[in-house]
Design a binder for this molecule. Structure first.
Ligand SMILES: NC(=O)c1ccc[n+]([C@@H]2O[C@H](COP(=O)([O-])OP(=O)(O)OC[C@H]3O[C@@H](n4cnc5c(N)ncnc54)[C@H](OP(=O)(O)O)[C@@H]3O)[C@@H](O)[C@H]2O)c1
Length: 392
C-alpha cells in the first residue's frame, strides 16, 4: 500500500506558476498521482489559454492570473498569490513562478506552517535568511524541487553531521566548449537550445551563462547551512549525477537518475515516501562514462558574480537577481550581446551602495531598483551593444 504524503488524506496542493515549465511538469506528476494529490489552487501569469484549460481539467477552488481573459469554472475563486499560499485548504504550496513573483507567497506560506516545495531560485537567493527563519519559527517544511538541491537533500538523509563539501553538478550549458570570442556572437536562439534540459527561457539563458549555477550555490548555502567556500561546482555534461555530498571521512554520496524534473518534483510532493514514477529509469549499460571538470569562471563570470553577491550579503543577492532578470530579457529581445549580461550585472552590483537593510521590503525594493537600473542604463553602460548584436 502506498503511504500518503500528508497524514492519511490527499496532499492538497496549490501550484504557483502552473503554466510554466516546472508548473506543467508538476501537473503531469499530479495526473500520475491523482489518488494522492488534489490540486486545490492554480496560479499562472499571462498565459490565459493554458490556464483556462488547466482550470477546466483540475477544477481547483482557487486560481490566480494576470490575464484578463481566463475562462474559469463558476465556483473557482480569483485570489492573490499570497491568499492562495495561506489558504486553509492548502497543505503544500509549490512555488514555480519566475522572477520575484514567488517571494512573498513563499514567505507567507512558511509563516502559516505550510509545506513549501520550492522551485523558484530567486526566493532563497534574495531572502535566504528571512525564508529559513520563517520556516524554523513556524516549524514548516521547505522542500527543494531543483534537481541539484533535491539530490543533496536525498544524500543528506540519515546523516546528522560530518559534511565536508557539497558538489553541485552543472551541464555546462550549450556553450560549454565555446571560446571567449565565440561567446560574443552567440544568439538567443542558440542559448535557448539547452543540450539536455527543457526549461523556461530565463533559466535556459542562466544555464548558458552559468548564472543558474551561481544562484544554486547561494540556495544550497541557505538550504543546507554549508558555507559557500565549501560548495564546489563541477561541469558534468551527462547530467546523470544530480549533485554529491562529500563527508569528513572522504566518503562521497551521489544521487543519480535520468535528467527529468518530474522525479524531484514528485519526491517533494510525496516526501518522506517514495512511490513509483512515470519517469524512465536509467539504463546502466548505456552509461559509458561520466565526466566531471571544474567550472571556468573566466569565460563564465556570472558564476563568480553570484558568489561575490552571496559573500557581500544583505541586499546584494537581490540586486544580482534584478539585474540578471533585466539583462536576460534584453538579450532575449536582441538588444545586448550574450557577454553583456555579466557586464550589466557587474556594473549594477558596483553601483549598489553597501550597508542597506535586509528586511523583505528592502529586498524587493533592491530587486526592482536593479531591474530598472539595467533597463534604463544599458545603452549607456554598453553603448556598442546595439550595433554588434545579431538578431534572433
Ligand atoms: N524549468 C526547470 O527545469 C527548472 C528547474 C529548477 C528550477 N527552476 C526554477 O523554477 C522557476 C520557474 O522556472 P520555469 O522554467 O518553470 O519558468 P517559466 O517556464 O518561465 O514559468 C514561469 C511561471 O511563472 C508564472 N509567472 C511569472 N510571473 C508571474 C506573476 N507575476 N504572477 C503569477 N505568475 C507568474 C508564469 O506564468 P505565464 O507563463 O502564464 O505568464 C509561468 O507559469 C524559476 O525560478 C527557475 O529558475 C526551473
Amino acid at each position: 500500500m502506498l503511504l500518503l504524503a500528508v497524514g492519511d488524506r490527499l496532499n492538497r496542493v496549490a501550484l504557483l506558476g502552473s503554466t510554466g515549465s516546472v508548473g506543467t511538469q508538476t501537473l503531469d506528476v499530479a495526473r500520475h498521482l491523482c489518488e494522492q494529490i488534489e490540486v486545490v489552487a492554480l496560479a499562472g501569469g499571462n498565459n490565459a489559454e493554458l490556464l483556462s484549460r488547466q482550470l477546466a481539467e483540475f477544477r481547483p477552488r482557487l486560481y490566480h492570473t494576470l490575464a484578463p481573459d481566463v475562462v474559469a469554472p463558476d465556483d473557482a475563486v480569483l485570489s492573490s498569490l499570497e491568499q492562495i499560499a495561506c489558504d486553509e485548504s492548502v497543505d503544500t504550496v509549490v512555488v514555480a513562478t519566475s522572477g520575484r513573483a514567488g517571494l512573498l507567497p513563499a514567505l507567507a506560506a512558511l509563516r502559516h506552517g505550510k509545506r513549501v516545495a520550492l522551485a523558484s531560485k530567486e526566493v532563497l537567493v534574495m531572502a535566504g535568511e528571512l525564508i529559513m527563519e520563517a520556516a524554523r519559527s513556524a516549524g514548516a517544511l521547505l522542500l527543494p524541487v531543483d534537481s541539484e538541491h533535491s539530490a543533496i537533500w536525498q544524500c543528506l538523509q540519515g546523516e546528522r553531521d560530518g559534511v565536508s563539501r557539497l558538489l553541485l553538478t552543472a551541464s555546462g550549458g550549450p556553450f560549454r566548449d565555446c571560446g571567449a570570442e565565440e561567446l560574443q556572437r552567440v544568439t538567443a536562439a542558440e542559448a535557448l537550445s539547452h543540450p539536455v534540459w527543457s526549461m523556461g527561457s530565463k533559466i535556459s539563458i542562466d544555464s548558458a551563462t552559468l548564472m543558474n549555477k551561481g544562484l544554486e550555490v547561494l540556495e544550497a548555502h541557505w538550504l543546507f547551512g554549508v558555507p559557500q567556500d565549501r560548495i564546489e561546482v563541477l561541469i558534468h555534461p551527462e547530467c546523470i549525477v544530480h549533485s554529491m555530498v562529500e563527508f569528513v571521512d572522504g566518503a562521497v554520496k551521489a544521487q543519480m537518475g535520468p535528467p527529468d524534473m518530474s522525479l524531484p518534483i514528485q519526491y517533494a510532493l510525496t516526501y518522506p515516501d517514495r512511490v513509483p514514477s512515470a519517469s524512465e529509469h536509467l539504463t546502466w549499460g548505456a552509461l559509458c562514462h561520466l565526466t566531471f571538470a571544474p567550472a571556468d569562471c573566466e569565460r563564465f563570470p556570472c558564476l563568480m558574480l553570484a558568489r561575490q553577491a552571496g559573500v557581500a550579503g544583505g541586499t546584494y543577492p537581490a540586486a544580482l537577481c534584478g539585474a540578471d532578470e533585466a539583462a536576460v530579457s534584453l538579450f532575449l529581445r536582441g538588444a545586448i550581446k550574450f557577454t553583456d549580461i555579466a557586464r550589466l550585472v557587474e556594473w549594477t552590483l558596483s553601483a549598489r551602495r553597501p550597508g542597506q537593510g535586509a528586511a523583505i521590503e528592502d529586498v524587493t525594493a533592491t530587486y526592482d531598483w536593479a531591474h530598472r537600473y539595467v533597463m534604463e542604463r544599458h545603452a549607456q553602460l554598453c553603448p556598442a551593444c546595439q550595433t554588434q548584436t545579431r538578431q534572433v
